[in-house]
Design a protein around this ligand. Structure first.
Ligand SMILES: Nc1ncnc2c1ncn2[C@@H]1O[C@H](COP(=O)(O)OP(=O)(O)OP(=O)(O)O)[C@@H](O)[C@H]1O
Ligand SMILES: [Mg+2]
Length: 468
């Protein structure tokens, strides 16, 4: 077996908070070999992200690595303990030989610079290239992450669209197309496209290790599958090792070779993914596997890992986990088809709480001759009703208009046509400052994909308030 490219030994990370120290990672050890794909799974707060930040040397204050070793073997050189090297050497590895991508691509990109600038900046950080070569490399990377079509495909597309072009015109068309993608700003790209840009930035310096912290959690399943395919392809092509952090066991089963299961900062189980999934040993892993959402039936009560294990703390403060045998063998109670129909019938007998009729929402785009306004239609003739006590699911792939529709229901966006009736009031044409529309905020609320969107304004408001 080859030598590990990364060897984490007995890592411990603590956060010194005002009350008591939080041990985010404790006695964590694992190895990663060249080309290997390792998954780290665990519930929220189990220490997955802190582990990746410790490897990158980015643990934020008041966090501290209080114990352990992180041995990294750069290509063709001897192993170095990253916790013992100086900051300059650490910086040379960070973003170069060890790169990272995050859940939210926007957290890695700057909205005021175009992607060409940001990509070449990442290249310049670790490589001495002329700006022309850096731009050429940026384009090659965008082709590698499939944000930009290959030269052959571009050539074919051009020849199909313009059969009379000379070779010179074809080459100028391809060049213009390539340059135009570099000039695009982050807000002009979708979530999946942005994640491809951050992957291009991460692989720009040919890293030996790529850490991906939930890179597909904010993406729909179709886009997620293409990003997973891309990561798999990059690892195989480049011999790059991958640490893939997720709470999604389906993704783990699909992508990685080995898995580390974390619970409260500790590794509770590790091994080859097939053996961990088929012969899980630890009650927490068994619980995680048993709690996967089911598509074949609806359960009366959704299981949680605590149904499968007992967690106690010893007088010395150590956590002990034991298996709840009875619960493992218990058959969960299922809501039958008849029960579902009966509930639905009961709901539909009520007066609807919200009624959406033929709603059309569009974003204006500039027409050919100044004044002509065209609309990019995001929501097209949508109608539905919601009844008190009902849970209505709205699903669809990226860009199909779900969020626009949700915002329109609260009048954060004005629809072009159609009505939204809430509790008997047609709110579509209420004046923005009217008392009725303001009172809607108390009755109908929205929460977002990214919690930080909500928390930062709340913090600013709290700070501005005279009596916080
Ligand atoms: N800056 C900080 N200050 C104090 N405690 C922190 C800080 N950052 C993380 N922690 C704590 O460290 C522990 C591990 O957090 P971490 O972010 O690694 O969890 P995670 O497994 O990545 O969770 P998620 O799946 O929600 O991303 C948590 O108990 C968290 O509260
Ligand atoms: Mg995390």
């Amino acid at each position: 077996m080859s030598e590990p490219v990364l060897d984490v030994r007995h890592l411990q990370v603590q956060f010194i908070t005002q009350t008591k120290p939080v041990v985010a990672v404790e006695e964590l050890s694992f190895q990663l070999r060249k080309g290997e794909k390792l998954g780290i799974v665990g519930e929220s707060g189990s220490g997955k992200s802190v582990t990746s930040l410790a490897i990158m040397g980015l643990v934020p204050t008041p966090g501290r690595i209080t114990q352990g070793e992180i041995w990294f073997t750069p290509e063709g050189r001897s192993a170095r303990d990253l916790l013992q090297v100086n900051e300059a050497e650490r910086r040379s590895y960070r973003g170069g030989e060890i790169a990272m991508i995050f859940q939210e691509p926007m957290s890695a990109l700057n909205p005021v610079y175009d992607i060409g600038f940001q990509l070449t900046e990442a290249i310049f950080l670790h490589q001495k290239l002329s700006s022309q070569d850096a731009r050429r490399k940026a384009i090659a990377l965008l082709q590698e992450v499939q944000l930009l079509a290959s030269d052959e495909t571009l050539q074919q597309q051009c020849r199909q669209a313009h059969p009379n072009y000379s070779d010179r015109e074809v080459s100028s068309y391809i060049n213009q197309h390539k340059q135009s993608i570099l000039k695009r700003y982050p807000h002009e790209l979708s979530g999946g496209q942005l994640q491809r840009v951050t992957i291009a930035m991460a692989i720009s310096c040919n890293p030996s290790v790529l850490i991906a912290d939930e890179p597909t959690t904010a993406l729909d399943v179709t886009v997620q599958a293409t990003i997973l395919d891309l990561l798999r392809h990059l690892c195989d092509e480049r011999g790059m090792a991958l640490i893939f952090i997720t709470h999604d066991l389906g993704v783990i089963a699909e992508l990685v070779d080995s898995v580390v299961v974390m619970y409260q900062g500790k590794v509770v189980e590790a091994g080859k993914v097939a053996s961990v999934f088929s012969h899980a040993q630890h009650p927490y892993t068994k619980g995680l596997l048993a709690c996967r959402p089911r598509l074949d039936c609806r359960l009366q009560i959704l299981p949680t890992v605590t149904d499968f294990m007992e967690v106690t703390t010893t007088p010395a403060g150590k956590i002990q986990i034991t298996e709840k045998q009875t619960d493992i063998n218990r058959k969960p109670k299922v809501v039958t088809e008849t029960e579902q129909q009966a509930r639905l019938k009961q709901l539909l007998q009520q007066e609807s709480l919200m009624s959406v009729n033929q709603l059309r929402v569009g974003f204006p785009t500039k027409g050919m001759f100044g004044k002509t306004k065209k609309y990019l239609m995001a929501v097209n003739n949508v109608s539905f009703k919601v009844y008190p006590g009902e849970t209505l699911g709205l699903v669809g792939e990226s860009g199909c208009g779900k969020s626009t529709l949700a915002r329109t229901l609260l009048r954060l966006i004005q629809p072009l046509e159609g009505d939204v009736v809430f509790a008997g009031d047609n709110i579509t044409n209420l004046a923005l400052r009217s008392q009725k529309l303001r009172s809607l905020v108390d009755k109908c609320r929205l929460f977002f994909k990214t919690p930080i969107i909500l928390l930062i304004p709340a913090l600013i408001l709290a700070k501005r308030s005279p009596n916080p």
